[in-house]
Design a protein around this ligand. Structure first.
Ligand code: UGA
Length: 442
């Protein structure tokens, strides 16, 4: 099938490459010439396992190409809208400029019967509002949210755990005739996943948009819940990691996303919960998700707490102290530093007068762009040399599994380690002579 993908950021580039890999003919449209050039060479413009291979294969096969020229999307039956919906500069709501621009652009090239598939994360109600514009030129607008995780994006796109499709519906919730047609066509687009029994959930437009933000809100709430428990553990001497293990055995609760530490960041969870709260306010139901403000605040307090632990560990002040920060990315297997708790904590320590050296296996280039005032060292061991304190803030395997306390002891000036992700074996580090601090652990 012929598909276009409008917007080749994280979501769009992966979607385009994944769709080409399952046999579709795909054109990706973007406005950024550097990104287009890299993608057209079959190179991933960001760190994402497997994407490079998919892009290279897709471009070489002739089934995948990238251009700035929207005209080249003409003739495709499906147009996936995968542009960003960042937080507005003047508040917490989502900025829909790019979504509106993508739809406006598509109006000039759509043919009768084309299907526009929204994948961007939008405030509930947006799809319904956009519908008359798309229908005015004979198209159908459906909403098909994306649940990919950075670091697992290719796998999550090709083998999703569910496919959700919101389609135009009648007052009783049943899809309209155009909605039924769109569902049948999308089943063909996603045939490999559909054939393996992946749940395929057909719903109205509003539910599809809500599924996306509800999922992210739930995940953020789960993380903040365990981080709230950290705060209680800290004043009682309890250990939040053991607590998480113990409650996680209850399958109704589950252990995943109960990793207490410096909290969540990235391009999705923080902005999505804020946009959700803002949208609920607009709908007059702000109180229904009032807890999301708490979730956000608990999350931000973990960064304060990490700074406080470092200060305490260094005797009250970080001024002129040499601190090695392990990690800059918002999570491992990613070079993304958007709203990264790791980089935020490093930057705050620098602001307090510490001499901060940051290392990361993938994110240094991006981190330098955002926080140029910090010192970056690519080699982990070189970064550790002479440290008065080591602060682990992104749980890369390079630090979690491949860093041995006795070797680190030989490099640093003082054996103090703060484990901002509770991912190290405290006993092993203490046995090697380190003073070990976790988050919400004795
Ligand atoms: C998140 C969702 O997990 C995806 O399902 C969703 O599609 C995506 O947002 C999106 O909306 O595009 P992602 O931002 O890639 O994916 O990252 P996550 O793996 O969810 O991690 C988010 C943050 O939570 C990271 O900073 C991570 O370190 C933190 N986290 C995660 C914790 O602090 N504790 C945990 O137990 C788990």
């Amino acid at each position: 099938m012929k598909l276009s993908v409008i917007g080749c950021g994280y979501l769009g580039a992966v979607h385009a490459a994944a769709m080409a890999s399952i046999g579709h003919e795909v054109v990706g449209i973007d406005v950024d010439p550097d990104k287009l050039e890299a993608l057209s060479r079959g190179e991933a413009p960001f760190f994402e396992p497997d994407l490079q291979r998919l892009l290279a294969d897709g471009v070489a096969s002739g089934r995948l190409r990238f251009t700035h020229d929207l005209e080249e999307a003409r003739g495709a039956k499906f147009h996936f809208v995968a542009v960003g919906t960042p937080q507005r500069k003047d508040g917490s709501a989502a900025d829909l400029t790019y979504v509106n621009a993508a739809i406006d652009g598509l109006l000039s090239i759509l043919s009768d019967g084309d299907i526009v598939v929204g994948k961007s994360t939008t405030p509930v109600g947006t799809a319904q509002e956009l519908t008359p514009r798309v229908e005015s030129v004979g198209g159908t607008l459906v909403w098909n949210p994306e649940f990919l995780r950075e670091g697992w994006a290719v796998k999550d796109t090709i083998e999703p755990d569910r496919i959700v499709v919101g389609v135009p519906s009648r007052a009783d919730g049943e899809p309209t005739a155009a909605g039924h047609l769109a569902v049948a066509s999308l089943r063909e687009v996603y045939a490999p996943a559909v054939s393996t029994g992946t749940p395929f959930i057909v719903t109205d437009l509003a539910t599809a948009e809500l599924v996306k933000v509800a999922a992210n809100a739930f995940l953020a709430t789960k993380i903040s819940f365990i981080n709230a428990m950290s705060e209680i553990a800290e004043v009682t001497g309890a250990d939040v990691t053991t607590l998480a293990d113990a409650i996680g055995h209850d399958t109704r609760i589950g252990r995943r996303f109960l990793g207490a530490g410096i909290g969540f960041g990235g391009g999705c969870l923080p902005k999505d919960i804020r946009a959700f709260a803002a949208r609920a306010e607009e709908l007059g139901r702000g109180e229904a998700v009032g807890f999301l403000r708490e979730v956000d605040e608990i999350n931000m307090r973990r960064r304060d707490r990490a700074v406080a632990i470092v200060e305490e560990a260094l005797g009250g002040s970080v001024f002129e102290k040499q601190i090695t920060v392990l990690g800059a990315a918002f999570k491992p297997h990613s070079d993304d530093v958007r709203d990264s708790p790791a980089l935020d904590v490093a930057t705050r320590l620098h602001g307090l007068g510490a001499k901060v050296k940051v290392t990361d296996p993938a994110a240094i280039e991006n981190a330098r762009r955002v926080s140029p005032q910090l010192t970056y060292v690519a080699d982990r061991d070189e970064a550790l040399e002479g440290a008065d304190l080591v602060l682990l803030v992104t749980e890369w395997d390079e630090y979690r599994r491949e860093m041995h306390p006795l070797q680190v002891a030989d490099l640093v000036s003082a054996s103090i380690i703060v484990d901002g992700r509770n991912c190290l074996d405290a006993r092993e580090w203490r046995d090697a002579g380190f003073v070990y601090y976790g988050m919400g652990r004795p």
